[in-house]
Write a protein that binds this ligand. Structure first.
Ligand SMILES: [Zn+2]
Length: 154
């Protein structure tokens, strides 16, 4: 049985992310500077380049946390058009490890890495949607598909 691909085609004309008010980060508190950087990087790695959405890949990788990486990697590769999106979420090197990565602006996913035993793990297993707040007032932000628990703070 052929498994479904871990990406899907999107209609970029209707799926584009438009913020009602893109905040001016220059006017925000220092603590927001990092969020601004993340915001930009999130846009760059939007995951919707070429009209492809890699949400199914990120969900697949999350569902394999705690399992041996090699077979997970082999299966992911076999179900993708290219390998690169795997490494948006899975850090190859320690300095690349991130608590979370973003697909587009609002969809956050736990950052992953491969531990010394060769198992796929979350970089920060204590990261929870319930204690996260969005960095804009107009979009529903999620972590691993779960809406953030805290309100937007200006
Ligand atoms: Zn927004």
């Amino acid at each position: 049985m052929e498994k479904e691909p871990l990406y899907r085609k999107v209609n970029t004309r209707t799926r584009g992310v438009n913020h009602k008010n893109e905040p001016s980060y220059a006017q925000q508190r220092h603590s927001k500077a990092l969020a601004a950087k993340e915001h930009q990087r999130g846009s760059m790695h939007s995951g919707k380049r070429l009209g492809l959405d890699y949400t199914p890949l990120f969900r697949f990788l999350l569902s394999r946390v705690g399992q041996p990486w090699d077979p997970v990697f082999s299966e992911a590769k076999s179900r993708l058009d290219r390998q690169e999106p795997i490494f948006w979420q899975v850090a190859l090197h320690e300095h690349q490890q991130q608590d979370y990565v973003r697909l587009g602006h609002c969809a956050f996913y736990s950052g992953l890495y491969v531990d010394a035993q060769g198992l796929l793990q979350k970089v920060n297993p204590d990261l929870h949607a319930a204690t996260m707040s969005p960095d804009c007032p107009c979009c529903t932000h999620t972590l691993n598909g779960v809406p953030f628990g805290l309100a937007y703070e200006r």
